[in-house]
Every structure is written in structure tokens, then in C-alpha cells.
Design a protein around this ligand. Structure first.
Ligand code: HEC
Length: 209
């Protein structure tokens, strides 16, 4: 008697699970999940994305930046940021227009609201190296050297403490910075260059020489 009740209960669970699976399938197949970049986020999308990224980067929180915190590394990071990141993440006083057209919006990393100065450098290094899936954030693991990615992590950790030399490198005003960046590898962007050419932020960033 007892055993058969449990049997019915289990069967009920299985039928219900199957119904949920079929329902989810039909929902997606009939266009229930918006795939447009300019559509509103799905229910819980932000929450799950935040949870997933927090779990993914957990181990990198304790990774120390192997490079010394100094102006040379900060300037090198600024040069790289200008060439590889600013098209989406903007520059001080110059938010990216293309950023507004992406989903999710790339945080403007030199504005108080978008800064990641509270994140350990290891976490930023992880994000720059691996990218963020299902967002526009590319992975730079094969594009930039390890030192270059640490220089970027250092820059973003100290985005609220820019010296005049670092600000000049970000704005493209420093002629001397170019050699610093090329000493650390090419500052040319083989990755996102073409997609950033449409952005007015990128156009105004093109060095004038
Ligand atoms: C094509 C656009 C694009 C480019 C180029 C790009 N990013 Fe991103 N990035 C994004 C988007 C979109 C996100 C937001 C992802 C999300 O919300 O989950 C992001 C997120 C990030 C974050 C996490 C911010 C946070 O609040 O946690 C960091 C750090 C970052 N990018 C650094 C960089 C650096 C450094 C570069 C250049 C080497 C770069 N990005 C180049 C689009 C871009």
C-alpha cells in the first residue's frame, strides 16, 4: 500500500518534470526568449549572470599582480586601454557611444559608476584574459601578453588615481608612451579594431600623426 503511494508520487514528479521541460522547450522555440541586443533583460537574467560570473572568478581573487605598481606600468596599461578597450569602455570624460548600443552595456571604466577599483587585480586579470561569455567582452588571452593584461588590471584598479602622465597616455597626448607600449608588445589591436571603427569614441581616439 505504502510502496504504491510512493510509486504514484514518483510518477507524478516525473510527469511534472517532463511537462516543465516541454513547456520550456515550446517557450524558447516560439520566440519567448528575446535575442535582440536592444531588448530588455529577461526575468532573472541579470541575477543569474552576476551569480555565474562571481562563481567563475572566485579563485582569481587572490592572484597577486606580479608587476610593481609604478608609473611605467600604469602608462603602458593606459596605452593598451586606449587601443584595445576604450571603444567599448570609454575614456575619462569620454563615454563610448557604441557601449550604449551593446547588451549588456559595457561599464564605463573611468566613471564613478563604472569603475572596478574595488575589484582585486586578479579578478580584472581573469576577465580580461577570459572575457565574459554572452556579453560583448572579448577574451584577450591570445591577443595580449600576460604582462600587458596585468598592466591593464593595475590601471583599472587605480582608475581613480591617474597621474598626469597616465591621463596623457589615455588621451593619446603623450608621444613618449608609444615606445613604452611597443617595448611591451604591439599596441595595435588585431581583435576588436574593425568593430570599433564605427564608434565615434574610437574615431576621436585615433592618434593624430
Ligand atoms: C567589444 C566591446 C568590448 C571591448 C573591446 C572590451 N570590453 Fe570589457 N566588457 C564589455 C562588456 C559588454 C562588458 C560587460 C559584461 C557584463 O556585464 O557581464 C565588459 C566587462 C568588462 C569588465 C568587468 C567590469 C565589471 O564591472 O565587473 C572589465 C574589467 C573589462 N570589461 C575590461 C576590459 C579591458 C581591460 C578591455 C581591453 C583590453 C576590454 N574590457 C575590452 C565589452 C568590451
Amino acid at each position: 500500500m505504502m510502496a504504491s503511494r510512493i510509486g504514484w508520487f514518483v510518477l507524478g514528479c516525473v510527469v511534472m518534470a517532463a511537462a516543465i521541460a516541454v513547456g520550456a522547450w515550446l517557450f524558447v522555440a516560439n520566440g519567448g526568449v528575446a535575442m535582440e541586443t536592444n531588448a530588455a533583460p529577461l526575468p532573472f537574467e541579470r541575477m543569474f549572470a552576476k551569480m555565474a560570473i562571481r562563481a567563475a572568478v572566485a579563485d582569481s581573487r587572490k592572484l597577486p599582480d606580479p608587476l610593481p605598481y609604478n608609473e611605467q606600468n600604469m602608462v603602458a596599461g593606459a596605452m593598451l586601454f586606449r587601443s584595445h578597450c576604450a571603444g567599448c569602455h570609454g575614456l575619462p570624460g569620454k563615454p563610448s557611444r557604441m557601449g550604449k548600443a551593446e547588451f549588456p552595456h559595457p561599464p564605463q571604466l573611468f566613471t564613478p559608476a563604472g569603475m572596478v577599483t574595488d575589484d582585486p587585480e586578479g579578478v580584472t586579470f581573469w576577465k580580461v584574459t577570459n572575457g565574459i561569455r554572452l556579453s560583448g567582452m572579448p577574451s584577450f588571452g591570445d591577443v595580449l601578453t600576460e604582462d600587458q593584461r596585468w598592466q591593464l588590471a593595475m590601471l583599472l584598479r587605480h582608475a581613480d588615481k591617474l597621474t598626469p602622465a597616465v591621463s596623457a597616455a589615455l588621451s593619446g597626448a603623450s608621444g613618449g608612451g608609444a615606445s613604452a607600449a611597443s617595448a611591451n608588445g604591439s599596441a595595435k589591436c588585431p581583435c576588436a579594431g574593425s568593430m570599433m571603427q564605427n564608434s565615434s569614441a574610437m574615431k576621436s581616439m585615433t592618434p593624430s600623426h
